[in-house]
Design a protein around this ligand. Structure first.
Ligand SMILES: C[S@@+](CC[C@H](N)C(=O)[O-])C[C@H]1O[C@@H](n2cnc3c(N)ncnc32)[C@H](O)[C@@H]1O
Length: 517
């Protein structure tokens, strides 16, 4: 009830300050939404989000938020003399630290803050990696991910310690100066700010920050047609719309513009943040925004969620030292992708490595053009993949089936009503968790269970990709005759080696496809 009343006041507040989902001036003063969008709940796709209230056409302007409604460091500092004076003594704080402090300072004002109605709409908790406890971090199981999470926690701590003297000087309420409060503020900024050209910390954009995420449809680095596609506007992406739409009136902007490069951005000409429909939407459908291209680990780090189907997800593969010397690509380009196929860079590096040393120079151009070098070479490559993936799979403490079981048990714990029947299948991990929390499902424990589930879901998906490549590669190496192997290689190549798709990973100037049978 209270939540609904808060939302109603918020949408009214939005209308009063000029936020509108209508291209022509809004007549209703009771809500800034209703013409194109409404707030709705999507349990399987981000929770609270924005639904289309009518059929929307691709390119249509669906929301604009005037500059005065954007919460930026500038505007918060400009209206607060004490904050502005105190900040001058701490020149080494970063732009995101400053916005975090300014946000906590605003929360400290309570009802007297101009932003009070908006602040009430912000989530109470987040699940970004920086807020993961030790148990949840270890549940990620893969070294790189554990390292990323530990680094995020450490960074949070360091930034909080640096900010603490200023927060004390501002006399913030003690509960707003804790590490937890800091994590809340920095998670708000990481997961909700939008890119603006004048502050690298970005801005908080009321109502605009209700759009949930969908991955960009096209590879943002595929510059074939001269466009950068799918670059989102949330702060982790640094695309700028400066200068775009110059000279356009709001009416012109509202015309369906199917050639738009991004689905949101700050438009100087109308001094507003503008959001456009990235595709056609039917009435009732959730309208989504592409914040950028992210792997699941990056989504977890910066936004606190993962996608079950993420076309940009990757399982990174580490190589033996000798192989790195043959590889001209950065480590980030060596991975198994969402569909279980090796990346262009990984496959061509392994092909080159599997070539006798004396012949490498002469076949380098073939490997770098994305073609197989020979059937024998391809079999050696697949053997390497099968072995490598087996080693990786055996290094995980839980198998794919065990992960699936753990996720089912976690679901049961989440629905726990005092009668949990899982004695037969409790593996060590579940037992450790149940014993350490005594199944006292207070909100803190529920949060921890939720984060644990995120970690298991994450590693389960990585596990799945490696498993698939093990099967694909194993399939080839298990075939007995050369003829059978050749057939399976050809099938494998049809799907795994699409040079056009991965053209961006090629070395500049490398030759066109050639084959050496
Ligand atoms: C900019 S906010 C979007 C609105 C948010 N759902 C809310 O209630 O305020 C970004 C956050 O929404 C959630 N989110 C966005 N897209 C999601 C998706 N596709 N799946 C799951 N959670 C998502 C994540 O918690 C993320 O940090």
């Amino acid at each position: 009830m209270e939540e609904a009343a808060n939302l109603e006041s918020f949408l009214q507040w939005g209308a009063a300050i000029g936020i509108s989902d209508s291209p022509i001036s809004h007549t209703s003063s009771s809500s800034c939404l209703g013409h194109s969008l409404s707030v709705s709940y999507f349990p399987e796709a981000g929770g609270r989000g924005l639904a289309a209230t009518r059929d929307l056409r691709k390119g249509e302007l669906v929301l604009r938020v005037p500059k005065a409604a954007l919460m930026t460091s500038d505007c918060l500092i400009g209206k607060d003399h004490k904050l502005s004076a105190a900040l001058g003594k701490y020149p080494s704080l970063s732009s995101t630290q400053i916005l975090s402090i300014a946000l906590l300072n605003e929360v400290n004002k309570g009802r007297s803050s101009w932003w009070y109605t908006y602040l009430l709409q912000l989530p109470r908790t987040y699940d970004l990696l920086a807020s993961f406890g030790q148990f949840e971090i270890e549940a990620l199981q893969i070294d790189d991910a554990i390292w990323t999470a530990e680094k995020a926690v450490l960074k949070g701590k360091e930034e909080w310690e640096e900010a603490t003297p200023l927060m004390s000087e501002l006399n913030l309420k003690p509960r707003l100066t804790t590490f937890n409060a800091w994590l809340w503020a920095s998670a708000t900024i990481s997961s909700r700010t939008m890119h603006i050209p004048w502050d690298t910390a970005g801005c908080l954009c009321p109502v605009g920050d209700y759009f949930n995420y969908t991955p960009p449809e096209e590879d943002p680095y595929n510059l074939n047609n001269g466009k950068v596609c799918g670059a989102g506007s949330f702060s982790h992406v640094t695309s700028s719309l400066e200068g775009e739409n110059e000279g356009n009136s709001m009416e012109q902007l509202s015309d369906a513009n199917t050639d738009r490069l991004t689905d949101a951005g700050y438009d100087e000409t109308v001094a507003s943040y503008c959001f456009y429909a990235k595709r056609n939407y039917g009435k009732g459908e959730q309208v989504l925004l592409s914040y950028g291209t992210y792997t699941n680990l990056e989504l977890l780090e910066h936004y606190g969620f993962i996608l079950q189907e993420n076309p940009n997800d990757k399982a990174f593969i580490s190589l033996e030292t000798e192989m790195y010397s043959l590889c001209s690509w950065p480590k980030e380009s060596l991975y198994i992708s969402q569909d279980g196929k090796p990346s262009f860079a990984l496959l061509s590096t392994v092909r080159l490595w599997a070539t006798p040393v004396t012949k490498r120079r002469s076949v380098k151009h073939i490997a770098y053009s994305g073609q197989r070098i020979s059937n024998e070479n391809e079999i050696a490559v697949m053997e390497w993949f099968a072995k490598k993936c087996q080693v990786m799979l055996s290094s995980f403490s839980a198998s794919i089936d065990e992960d699936a079981l753990i996720m089912r048990i976690i679901d049961k714990i989440q629905d726990y009503d005092g009668d949990l029947d899982c004695s037969t299948a409790l593996c060590d991990e579940v037992r450790t968790f149940v014993e350490s929390t005594k199944l006292d499902l207070c909100s803190k424990t529920r949060r921890s269970i939720y984060r644990w589930k995120l970690a298991v879901q994450w590693r389960h998906r990585v596990n799945g990709k490696i498993h698939q490549e093990t099967n694909d590669a194993g399939n080839i190496t298990r075939k007995n005759t050369k003829k059978q192997q050749k057939l399976v290689i050809q099938q494998h190549q049809k799907i795994s080696n699409n040079p056009e798709q991965e053209a961006s990973e090629r070395l500049p100037g490398e030759g066109e496809n050639q084959q050496n049978e």
